[in-house]
Design a protein around this ligand. Sequence first.
Ligand code: HEM
Ligand code: MTE
Length: 418
Amino acid sequence: SLPFPVYTRQEVARHHNKASRVWVTYGSDVFDVTDFVEQHPGGKSKILLAAGGALEPFWALYAMHNQEHVLELLRGYKVGELSPEEPPQMNPEDPYAHDPPRHPALRVNSLKPFNAEPPPELMAESYLTPNELFFKRNHLPVPSVDPATYSLSVQGAYGQAFSLSLEELKKNFPKHEVTAAMQCAGNRREEMNAIQNTNRLGWGVGAISNARWGGARLRDVLLCAGYKPSDEGHVWFDGLDQDQSGTVYGASIPMKKAMNPEGEVLLAYEMNGEALPQDHGFPLRVIVPGVVGARNVKWLASVSVHPEESPSHWQQRDYKGFSPSVTWETVDFSKAPAIQEMPVQSAITEPSPEACVTPGELTVKGYAWSGGGRKVIRVDVSLDGGQSWHEAQLLPGEEQLPSRVWAWQLWELNVRVP
Ligand code: HEM
Ligand code: MTE
């Protein structure tokens, strides 16, 4: 038999939809699966996520593909082989050259700094978002931190600062776990931009994800540093990520939230049972359940307590809400408080806004969440622009205590489309 033609990854990448045919790779083999797309048991929208690229990162998430009958089926679609890889070009001048590798399913809103969200059709597939798919929101290059030499600086109540190694933090403070969704204030900004351009990074419905976090309670560390539960003020967090001028990412939360035993603020070193991934703040980050993503400082360098809020740009001149009549010319950031708790949110993840649906059975999927630990008690969906409403089915998740419902609520509705 003739040898298979040889293709580069770039050539494969051109075959990313039905019009150009749907190609995928597995190992060093190339497959044209166009004729299988409609028959895919997991649905057309999911198989198309891998179009033009490798199957491995997707099948690592959906491991039921690693069975002989699936591989056998795939072999029937082989059309070629990959040419040996050329090493990727790296520019040593690029401050982002050391950013970690990312999952190809992510929808990239900005490459440098890296801002990306999971595709909506995968969001409601899992209650805990896989780390690879968890949305990523960076303002600066991702720092590489050596966990062996890492230490956290903690400002003590009487002026003296002390440092904690990662080992000391793990050994000296009980591990606490909490399942919490995190949402960026910019979630769904594309929909806002469609009405009035905000001149800010667009996000679809994916600037929110849900994970189980593990770490030391910030409260325990602050008590150890000499603070009292009744102390007032603000806890400042500084990150290790910095720009060329040496400015680091920083933010703060009120002492009240930090010291509240029911606030469950963590200095987290685990995400979904694994060490924090590099993009999510390795080796240590803050998790502030129920509060806007911006305060959940990653690559945590220091914790300190002050009478006023953090002077950081991201606390003072960003992450604040204004009236639609305020423009970039007239905005006065001192007039609005920094966002902390987020309001209620609910979004449809499937079908997508442009999808064409046929009359008959339709499954609508989505998530709902509220900041401040407030529980979502019901989700209503309208198919006629708000004339009538269907009550969605709330999917099972972790049972959480009243006023500490930090996780999101996935929901589904099966309905007949006339
Ligand atoms: C299920 C094939 C790509 C997501 C399946 C099954 C097959 C299959 C045979 C049924 C497995 C079983 O039940 O034993 C393929 C082939 C692919 C492909 C040949 C590529 C050429 C993908 C991708 C994704 C995906 C890229 C995700 C992004 C799923 C899901 C199911 C599934 C979620 C489970 C459906 C259910 O249990 O209802 N696939 N798949 N597949 N696939 Fe794929
Ligand atoms: N912490 C540091 N050090 N640097 C950052 O750029 N981004 C913040 C917050 N913490 C950021 C940070 C913002 S705006 C959000 S929404 C969350 O991290 C995103 O966290 P994630 O990337 O783990 O989803």
